[in-house]
Design a protein around this ligand. Structure first.
Ligand SMILES: Cc1ncc(COP(=O)(O)O)c(C=O)c1O
Length: 402
């Protein structure tokens, strides 16, 4: 009865079974789990301007129905103002609102790909891409990121991955979970490849504001560092830059995201005409939320400050503990909410993560979730509450040394 694209293997794997069991033990009075996978910003003890957020959702204009395909102008202008703050002049005409970055991806895939067409994706990266692509009948073809005192694109592997069916190169800037920004020289080479093979760039910038050099409040030395440039300023190839309030304002439940289009004007306008029809068919974003966008964006400074402070403090704690650890180190990164740990690769990451769960009551992501090359990687969330982080990382490092 069902389409082949939905033939997913939905059986629980060993890791998810172990998580389920550990959670049920905890609920039944067992040892408390220390969650180093915590990535929901609404449940890690941050202070949100609750009243201001709720008030913003009560705009009187929300009582009117205004079917604007790209989203209401006031909301798109607020997004354009966000980019102006990032140093990018972008007209509201080039912005299309969606309810999530995931929906923004699906619009881009619908715009660019016929069934079976290919999109090039970085590896390691964010695991949701596989499902997004399946649902849109798009084939993901990985290209490699390599680590050598920082991550970078392995351009030979990218070039090899391009076929006549390739339609776009995806970039996550900064990448999740490796936390590295695309460098200027990489952007130039990406643009050259896109022009040579008539490909579009799709850049996911949900963590753009969380550079370690963006000033944490604690880190005075870094407070004046320049923020990295956004792909929304790229005009050398057709580029779709995706972001949204789920990370910018730490409000994933509000469901506001967007696509910003840039590139050679003729291509941009042709793309926008078509995206307009796709967006008009769904008219996804609701009125109360759209009328609130400007005010919600205005709350970002306070919440971002708290998140940067949390990340910096947990990172300092991690580094202090790593200085005494024998078997674990961490990879360098520029931005984001995660630290990648390098651990002994004597067993699979899944086995390591299960052992940590069962023996230490610590929940941590195995690297294979993100398609790291080979074993020996764990991913720890740096936005976990500080007490849990300190104790949880201590248990992980001790277990690795034993
Ligand atoms: C790289 C990346 N892109 C997109 C998203 C999801 O964003 P949204 O909630 O807007 O769909 C996430 C969420 O963690 C993410 O890590």
């Amino acid at each position: 009865m069902f389409a082949r694209r939905t033939e997913w293997n939905l059986a629980a794997n060993r890791y998810s079974l172990a998580v389920e069991q550990a959670r049920s033990l905890e609920v039944n009075g067992g040892r408390r789990l220390l969650d180093l996978t915590a990535s929901n910003p609404t449940t890690v003890g941050l202070h949100f301007e609750g009243e201001r957020i709720l008030r913003a959702l009560q705009h009187p204009r929300a009582l009117e129905y205004e079917p604007a395909s790209k989203g209401i102008l006031a909301a798109r202008e607020a997004v354009a103002a966000y980019y102006a703050g990032c140093g990018v002049a972008l007209s509201a005409e080039r912005i299309i609102l969606t309810v999530s970055t995931s929906e923004a991806y699906s619009y881009c895939f619908r715009l660019l790909c016929d069934p079976g067409d290919e999109v090039l994706v970085p590896q390691p990266s964010y695991p949701l891409f596989a499902f997004l692509a399946d649902i849109q009948d798009v084939k993901l073809v990985p290209y490699e990121l390599v680590y050598d005192h920082g991550w970078q694109i392995e351009f030979e592997s990218l070039r090899r991955a391009i076929t006549p069916r390739s339609r776009a190169i995806m970039v996550v800037h900064p990448n999740n979970p490796t936390g590295h920004f695309t460098r200027h020289w990489e952007l130039e080479r990406l643009n050259a490849l896109c022009r040579e093979h008539e490909l579009a760039l799709v850049a996911d910038e949900v963590f753009l504001d969380y550079g370690l050099g963006n000033g944490s409040g604690d880190e005075r030395d870094n407070a004046t560092a320049e923020p990295p440039l956004s792909f929304a300023a790229n005009d050398a190839a057709l580029t779709f830059t995706l972001s949204g309030l789920s990370k910018i304002c730490a409000l994933p439940q509000i469901k506001v995201a967007w696509i910003a289009a840039s590139g050679p004007p003729a291509l941009v306008y042709a793309a926008l005409d078509r995206l307009d029809v796709i967006a008009d068919t769904y008219l996804s974003p609701n009125a109360p939320v759209q009328w609130a966008v400007a005010e919600l964006l205005a709350t970002r400074e306070g919440i971002q400050r708290q998140l940067r402070q949390r990340v910096q403090r947990n990172l300092r704690e991690l580094d202090a503990q790593l200085a005494k650890a024998k078997m674990t180190s961490r990879l360098e990164f520029d931005a984001g909410w995660y630290a990648v740990l390098r651990t002994p690769s004597t067993r699979t990451d899944e086995e390591t993560a299960i052992a940590l769960l069962e023996q230490e009551s610590v929940l941590i992501h195995p690297g294979h979730f993100f398609d790291f090359p080979g074993a020996g990687y764990l991913v720890a969330s740096l936005i976990a509450p500080e007490e849990d982080f300190r104790e949880g990382i201590g248990r992980v490092l001790r277990a690795m040394d034993e």
